[in-house]
Design a protein around this ligand. Structure first.
Ligand code: C5P
Length: 217
């Protein structure tokens, strides 16, 4: 496909979601929040009490995921779950099911379908390495675990969830560990990715850097 793609990968709460959506807006590109697909699958598994070890049943949920995206709003069939999928419990389950190869396989084609004119900004863990290896620009966002825990804390409180900083730090570390050490599509920068450490950087500055890299391509 000739449709340009910008991939933004990185760990939990690195700011990639916000940066990706701002860059997409600036360029009038489509947006793929790939983490939302894993969260939607996780939400369904939790609700239906499908157990983690029943990989086949979870892959089935992913394969038939009735996901719909309308701007910032995310739906499972008719139900809006924009808020529900952001709960820590759902994020933790998402990171567990994301280690299942059959689940990743089931979501593969769905993700490719987001590559539509005039272009796509895709954020996740393996956008540049596995899903869109031919992306025009690949960015890998990082930030210290402390900076990320603080951002996640603020996000959760702003969204009306309760949060505890020590629990968040422990959760982030556990999730980083799982995402980095899993056998399939582990979290790692593509060899041709631009690295951007946002520990000491605001969203505006990160967006400007990505835009500058893109305009040099
Ligand atoms: O980015 P977000 O926190 O919403 O992603 C939730 C979980 O989904 C992550 O912890 C990660 O394990 C998984 N994920 C993934 N590959 C992606 C996007 C998310 O494995 N491309």
């Amino acid at each position: 496909s000739n449709v340009p793609v910008i991939t933004i990968d990185g760990p939990t709460a690195s700011g990639k979601g916000t940066v990706a959506s701002r860059v997409a807006e600036r360029l009038s590109f489509h947006l793929l929040d790939s983490g939302a697909l894993y969260r939607l699958t996780a939400l369904q598994a939790l609700r239906r009490e499908v157990e983690l070890r029943d990989e086949h049943a979870i892959a089935k949920l992913a394969e038939h995921l009735p996901a719909r995206f309308q701007g910032e709003h995310i739906f499972l069939a008719q139900e809006e779950v924009t808020h529900a999928i952001r709960a820590e419990e759902v994020g933790n389950m998402a990171s567990k099911i994301a280690a299942l190869p059959t689940v990743r396989q089931a979501l593969f084609g769905l993700q490719l379908g987001f590559r539509q004119t005039p272009g796509l900004v895709a954020d996740g863990r393996d956008m540049g390495t596995v899903i869109f290896p031919t992306a025009k620009l690949k960015v890998f966002l990082t930030a210290s675990v402390e900076a990320r825990a603080q951002r996640r804390y603020k996000q959760l409180i702003d969204k009306g969830f309760s949060a505890n900083m020590n629990d968040l730090l422990a959760d982030l570390q556990a999730r980083d560990e799982r995402d980095t050490n899993r056998a399939v599509a582990p979290l790692a920068p593509a060899s041709d990715a631009h690295l951007l450490d946002t520990s000491e950087m605001g969203v505006d500055q990160a967006v400007e850097q990505v835009m500058a890299w893109y305009s040099q391509k």
